[in-house]
Structure formats: C-alpha cells, structure tokens
Design a protein around this ligand. Sequence first.
Ligand code: SF4
Ligand code: SF4
Length: 375
Amino acid sequence: MSIIDYTPSEAVAGSKRFIEICNACRYCETYCAVFPAMTLQRSFSDYDMDYFANLCHNCKGCFQACQFAPPHEFGINLPKAFADVRNESYARYAWPAFAGSVFEKNGMILSLATMLIIALTVITTILIRSPTILFTAQIGEGAFYRIIPWDVLTLLSGASFIFSGCAIVISLSRFWRATQTHLSGRLTLKALMRALHDIATLRYLGNGGHGCNDLDDSFASYRRNFHHLVMYGFILCFAATSVATIYDHVLGLIAPYPLLSLPVILGTLGGIGLTIGCAGLIWIKIVTDPLPVSRKLMGGEYAFIALLLIIALTGLGLLMARATSAMGILFAIHLGAVLAFFLMMPYSKFVHGFYRGLALIKAAIERDRNNPLGE
Ligand code: SF4
Ligand code: SF4
C-alpha cells in the first residue's frame, strides 16, 4: 500500500496501456533504461508509471521507431505520455500538496509573478530607506551590501533555500516509498555507483552515442549538449556562491571580488554555460516535431528555463555593470529571480534530476537482483 492514494489520470492510464503493449513487443529493448526495467515486471501498478516516466529522458527514439505510433490505431506515443505523467508526478508527491498542483497548472505565471513581486518589494524597500542609493554607483568593499544589507540577503536566501530543501526531501521520500511496490533487492555500493555514473554522464541521454531524435527523426545531440551546459553551469554557479560564502564568513573577504578571483571565475563560466544551455533548450522546444511532445508541459518547463536564463543574464549583467548606477536595479532583479527559482524549485522541472536519479537507483537495484552475476 502506497503512501499517496490517487485516481489515475488519463496520462497514467494511457501510459499503462502503452507499456503493456511494449512489454509484449520489446522492439525498443536497448533504447533506454525504461525497457529493461519494464521487462523485469509482468504486471504494472499506477505507481510504476511514475517510476518509468522518470526513467524516460524523452529522447523520442521509441516514438520514431514504433510501428504502432499514430496514425496506427494503438497510437503508441511513450514520450508524450511519460512527459505528462512525469509532470503529474512532481505535483503528486509535492509538499505542500497544494503548491504542487497550483504550479502544475500555472507554472510560468507563478514563477514570473513571484520574481516580479520579490524584485519590486526589494526595490520599493530600498527606495523608502534611501531614495538615492539605488541609482548611485557603488564601488569598493561592501558595495552590494550598501544596496541590500547583508542580514536581509542572508535571511531571504537562507529561508527560501531551507524551505526548498525540506520540500524537495519530503517529495523525494514520498516518491521513493510510493514506487517501491516491486522492489525487493537491497541498495548495494555497486548499484549506487552505477546509478551515479549514469546520472553524471547523462548516459541514456544520447542513445548509446548516436544522439536523440531532438528535432525530428534524425539523430542529434543538441539536447544532450545543452542539457550538460545547464547542469554543469548550475553546479558552477552554486560553487561560486559557496566559495563566496566561505570568503565572506571564514576569510573575512567582502564582495565584490576581483575579476580573476575564484568566485567570479566560477560564476562567469557557470553563467555563460547556463545562458547558452537555456537558450538552446528553448530553441529546441520551439522547433521540435510537436507530435511526441506534451504541450501541457510547455508552461512549467519554459518557466524553469526562463528563470534560469534570467538568473544567468542578470548575474552576468551585474558583473559587467557592478561599478555603474545600473547595479542596484540589476541586483534587485537578480535577487528576485534567484529567490523565485529557489521557491519554485520543488515544483518545477528542476526536481526531475532528483526523481530521475532515484528512478535510476531503483533500476540499478532491480537489475542487480535479477542478474547478480552482472551484465
Ligand atoms: S514503442 Fe512501439 S516498437 Fe517500441 S517496444 Fe513499444 S510497441 Fe514496440
Ligand atoms: S522516449 Fe526515449 S527514453 Fe523515453 S521511453 Fe522512449 S526510448 Fe526511452
């Protein structure tokens, strides 16, 4: 018995029907992690659809190869069905539950509205406190903190980060428990290492090296490359913030830092990676073949990428204009985007990395249990 009871949606019921046909057909057995995982089971629960949907990385290979894809009467379209189920799963296991369902329906509006409200609140507060400081160039040690005091920054970012962290951990633990219906193996170091390797190298996002059907039925690696840029760009930006925190709190070195300092180098490389990666992913979404794509997702997915892009652009803009009078406004917008991103993190596409990671760990455990001597 799972911890989350729900009435299966059209997408869950549809993907279960597809999976039952695929499990008899098995033509796509080598395409990705979904098919080997599916063949280890004879019957499927609704929760298994959440597991398979999060194993799917949306390469669209099975759609292009399928002899039962539309216009065939079976209408098999796993990428589209799984995309819907994935999105529903983020809302299904979200904490608090109402936030998940609100984001599922209005992700884009909610994200941009949150960013604007935070930025405008910060700007208004600064103007009330000191009408001129926002439009006056600030230079030298502590320049940022003259615009927004250090304790306000720490409180806002700390509170939103802690809230997001707790919400993500709770939803992941719900997802993990709900999808354990068939799991009887134990987590071994070998299974964990294999799953971590698959996550770090985006192993299945590229179909064994010849790419995905990103735009149409030809193989390409656009999505994989842009995805890498977003993932490692984000990690570099996070590293830049962490190093800056150590500089500030441990070494007593107050921002802004020189262009060749570690936090600025990490942040610049991360910002460039994020900008190119996000712009590339948006381009793919616009020009891709719409048939295997879930249009329902576009709002929430665009919201996630749009927020990341705004963070990257305002961060880079802040670096270039930090000694000018534009710094105050840019800083407020950047802070608004960062805080909105933190607050939306548990409900947006951001969590797919964690859900997918857990699904890959479960797949590795099941594979070991069924094949203890190795592949
Ligand atoms: S997607 Fe189509 S070809 Fe692939 S396993 Fe399923 S039914 Fe067979
Ligand atoms: S779209 Fe790609 S990853 Fe998803 S089930 Fe089909 S082959 Fe697997």
